[in-house]
Ligand binder design. Structure first.
Ligand code: NAP
Length: 338
């Protein structure tokens, strides 16, 4: 039986990956911050099937102890301050977790478990304002926010540790992937939530946005720049790519994305369309919500992952958005019955 350690087990990807590995007979350990594990989280339903180790990526001793406890064959480093927008306000903390946390982990692996295989979560945000579309493993990085800059640092450290110490560390340059488990502060989930509210006739939502106001107010969902275009896939497909990287004979970097570009308008159309509504009657663009420096058009060229790993996405954009809207309706329905 193989053993895996997942950092960021309470997150979207961590929880899907844990399910994926359990289905394949792995013994799964997860690193989680104590206070996060104590409240309901994405992996709560797995509590009796996994071993949770408490720790923080900003503490080297926590990482080293987790490795000693788990003695993993495979390590998936998913823990991160994962909100690019939020990273403007929390730049030092973002670097501490996403950059320093990663190198602490790599160092601990080098000293204690040099034979372990490590997956590291890089991000398409590293391409930022890249001039080349689509982006592949060869496209130069041009990070446009503190989150992306910290990810670039860790990404380079992956290669340096590979080349200097011969460690098996692979980076997944993953493009946006969403799911029913995305937190409400991500724009994709806000749109799914907005569509669900509209379908249920909720004009002033109980859930609040970053500004402490109802996400849906006066029957309207306020968003920033609607022309933003991204390559969005479903997280279930993307955790499979992580695992495939560690089954490959040698460590490497792989771009993972659907290769299809959609704008926020497309996302709104799909979400409100799911419940038979016209998004333009329910969504407004608010200039106050536009980021200081917006990441440009990120579109994956996943040919290398297709060719070498045999990876293909299986869940379409429309299916993904549909699942998200349906889940929000299920979540909100009890509220309107009260
Ligand atoms: P997520 O849902 O936000 O999960 C992030 C995880 O990191 C959570 O479990 C969080 O735990 C944990 N974490 C944050 N700070 C920590 C700390 N100081 N110590 C220990 N754990 C900490 O993110 P995700 O969507 O699953 O993404 C997984 C990884 O892929 C991240 O590294 C993200 O940056 C990267 N990525 C994601 C996407 C995407 O579209 N989803 C795209 C490219 C790359 P708490 O519950 O305690 O907050």
């Amino acid at each position: 039986m193989k053993t895996a350690l997942i950092t960021g087990i309470t997150g979207q990807d961590g929880s899907f990956l844990a399910e994926f590995l359990l289905d394949r007979g792995y013994k799964v350990f997860g690193l989680a911050r104590r206070e996060s594990w104590m409240r309901a989280n994405n992996a709560s339903h797995l509590a009796d099937r996994i071993t949770v180790l408490f720790g923080d990526m900003s503490e080297g001793i926590d990482i080293a102890t987790a490795l000693q406890e788990a003695k993993p064959d495979e390590i998936y480093n998913l823990a991160s301050q994962s909100r690019p927008g939020e990273s403007w306000a929390r730049a030092p903390e973002t670097l501490m977790i996403n950059g320093m946390g990663a190198i602490r982990l790599f160092e601990a692996v080098r000293h204690a478990f040099p034979k372990a295989r490590v997956y590291h979560a890089s991000s398409s945000e590293m391409f930022g304002g890249a001039k080349t579309i689509p982006q592949s493993e060869e496209t130069p990085f041009h990070p446009a926010n503190p989150y992306a800059a910290a990810k670039v640092y860790a990404h380079h450290m992956v290669r340096i540790c590979r080349e200097s110490y011969g460690l098996f560390i692979s980076s997944g340059i993953l493009f946006n992937h969403e799911s029913e488990r995305r937190p409400l502060h991500f724009v994709t989930q806000k749109i799914a939530y907005g569509a669900a509210c509209a379908a249920l006739g909720i004009t002033n939502s109980l859930d609040l946005n970053e500004r402490g106001q109802p996400i849906v107010s006066g029957g309207r969902l306020a968003l920033g720049n609607l022309d933003i275009a991204r390559d969005w896939g479903h997280a279930i497909d993307f955790v499979r790519a992580m695992w495939l990287m560690l089954q490959h004979e040698k460590p490497d970097d792989f771009v993972v994305g659907t290769g299809k570009l959609h704008t926020l308008r497309d996302l709104c159309r799909a979400a409100y369309g799911r419940v038979g509504l016209n998004w333009e009657d329910h969504v407004v663009s608010d200039p106050g919500l536009v980021r200081p420096l917006e990441t440009g058009q990120t579109l994956a060229d996943p040919s290398k992952a297709r060719k070498i790993l045999g990876w293909e996405p299986t869940i379409s954009f429309e299916e993904m958005v549909g699942k998200m809207v349906d889940t929000q309706i299920e979540r909100l329905e009890p509220q309107i019955r009260r």
